[in-house]
Design a protein around this ligand. Structure first.
Ligand code: ADP
Ligand code: MG
Length: 512
């Protein structure tokens, strides 16, 4: 080999060394990057841990806070609002009733025909968006718009089917904003949420606002009950199954209500005119306890929200937030390493990843996780994600969803504990100290909301946690029943059971 040949060979060897060094460097970096994201995942798993022991602490904390909220106004982050609903539908109600469901950007009007024997013969629904400008206008404008829509609906319905046989049409009004109830048919608006801001309505009786608008529009209809959506769900659940004692909504937000004994509602002892029980609207989205497994992602989400330190339980559980927790974890992973490529600007956009997308990625059963790749590409603008990284994303969805579902289960068992239906409290316990069996009471909880109804993994995790917390002896006695449209149909059912004409023949005072 001549000199030139030697030089060339030496040059080639050097170049090969450089290439090899670059490749080794890349693979070392990739391994290090991979280790860093795995560490982020492990920290997330540790932070979100919901052992059965931890869940039992949450159960106890929920029951303690419920006591505190019932003892005095402002005694707990749980508001434990009085509803003055003392009786629930029995199934014997008959006739035609209307309902109006206002709680977000849409409102719905319903007409329900009840045939007795727990039979809903038919129900018709009309959904309408609230025009944006009315959400910040005056209460007269808003309620006039609603009354006009309701009047049109009634006229249309009564043209095509039989008119109501009652002397006066009756309406259940579901108004899902914070209300201080003064009776089962009246209450004053405490504050608007969800984009509404109509100052002159705050502090006014919303039932009266609606009643006055109905009169202005010439619609002969009585607002018989004013409720929120959880109470409607409980009413519908109880209509179908008398053992229903509580209702939980797990959708965009989360809340629960349940039947309480009158003597346990210490904060209103002087006010109650009956010894019958009452439905309590817990506003459980605001529950907080140091036992809740909180991560830095939760703290950041809370700090960035328009209502920091508020609705802490809801921010860990409900459909509005799960997607954004997952987004924050992926952002952190992407900042820690280059396994997702350069950090996508989309990862900085709050709420860009919606909870149904989390569900779709979590439940992707294709061998290549094509759905995961598609959502990462289309929504987060992260293309070409390798399979092992897609698997990592699925795991993140799993950890966040599992924690949410298990905490919701602990909340439900907390309610059961408070009312002595968790199998550990006195007469309803599964076993006495000596081990002999005591008769358990069948206990039904009505559950509603898109997260529980549509996200199978969420539902299965929640159901599994219920069994784990309650134990094999007690769990079979506790049944979760999915209801549909409790916020609408339930309001019509309550209008029926509270109707002046049926109240004597049909009263079903709560006996607990
Ligand atoms: P709302 O709570 O607004 O009254 P829903 O009870 O229908 O309405 O719940 C809607 C919410 O449920 C959505 O905002 C979403 O977070 C969640 N959700 C709906 N469908 C799914 C799904 N397939 N997977 C996961 N979450 C879902
Ligand atoms: Mg709803």
């Amino acid at each position: 080999m001549g000199k030139v040949g030697v030089a060339l060979a030496a040059g080639c060897a050097a170049a090969a060394c450089v290439v090899a060094a670059v490749m080794v460097g890349r693979s070392v970096r990739r391994r290090r990057g991979w280790r860093r994201v795995v560490r982020v995942l492990e920290e997330l798993e540790e932070g979100c841990a919901t052992t059965v022991g931890r869940l039992r602490q949450v159960v106890d904390a929920m029951a303690v806070e419920m006591h505190a909220g019932l003892a005095s106004e402002g005694g707990s982050k749980l508001k434990m609002l009085l509803t003055y609903v003392h009786d629930l539908p029995t199934g014997n109600e008959k006739g035609i009733y209307y309902a109006l469901d206002l709680g977000g950007t849409n409102f719905r009007v319903l007409r329900v025909k009840l045939g007795g024997q727990r039979c809903i013969i038919e129900h018709d629904v009309d959904l309408q968006p609230i025009p944006q400008h009315l959400m910040t206008s005056s209460s007269v404008e808003l309620f006039d718009f609603i009354a006009t829509s309701l009047k049109d609906f009634v006229e249309r319905e009564e043209n095509i089917s039989e008119p109501s046989q009652r002397e006066r049409r009756e309406l259940g009004f579901t108004f899902s904003f914070p209300v201080k109830q003064t009776s089962s048919s009246s209450g004053t608006l405490m504050k608007w949420t969800k984009g509404f801001s109509i100052e002159d309505a705050v502090g006014r009786d919303v039932s009266q606002c609606l009643q006055e608008a109905l009169s202005r529009k010439g619609l002969d209809m009585q607002v018989t009950v004013l409720i929120n959506d959880t109470v409607g769900t409980l009413a519908l659940g109880h209509y179908h199954d008398e053992d229903t004692v509580a209702a939980v909504i797990i959708g965009t937000g989360t809340n629960a209500c349940y039947l309480e004994r009158a003597d346990a509602i210490i904060k209103c002892q002087g006010l109650l005119t009956t010894s019958a029980g009452m439905v309590i609207n817990m506003e459980w989205g605001n529950f907080w306890s140091s036992h809740l497994p909180r991560t830095p992602y939760d703290a950041e989400l809370d700090a960035d929200s328009p209502n920091p330190n508020d609705q802490g339980f809801e921010k860990m559980i409900s459909g509005m937030y799960l997607g954004d927790i997952v987004r924050r974890v992926i952002l952190r992973m992407s900042q820690e390493s280059d396994v997702f490529g350069p950090v996508s600007s989309k990862l900085h956009e709050p709420f860009i990843l919606r909870t149904p997308m989390v569900a779709a990625m979590h439940e992707d059963d294709s061998s290549n996780l094509n759905e995961v790749a598609q959502i990462l590409k289309d929504t987060l603008e992260i293309p070409d994600v390798p399979l092992n990284v897609r698997k990592l994303v699925v795991k993140v969805c799993d950890v966040v969803t599992r924690r949410a579902a298990r905490l919701a289960a602990a909340g439900i068992v907390g309610i059961l504990k408070k009312i002595g239906r968790d199998g550990n409290s006195g007469m309803t316990g599964g076993k006495t100290k000596g081990g002999s069996r005591i008769k358990m009471r069948r206990t039904v909880v009505a559950v509603e909301g898109g997260l529980y109804a549509n996200y199978t993994m969420f539902r299965e995790y929640l159901n599994e946690a219920m069994r784990q917390i309650l134990g094999e002896d007690v769990a079979p006695y506790v049944i979760l029943n999915v209801t549909n449209d409790g916020s609408g149909i339930g309001a019509a059912l309550l209008a029926a059971s509270h109707s002046a004409s049926t109240i004597t023949e049909n009263t079903n005072f709560i006996v607990i």
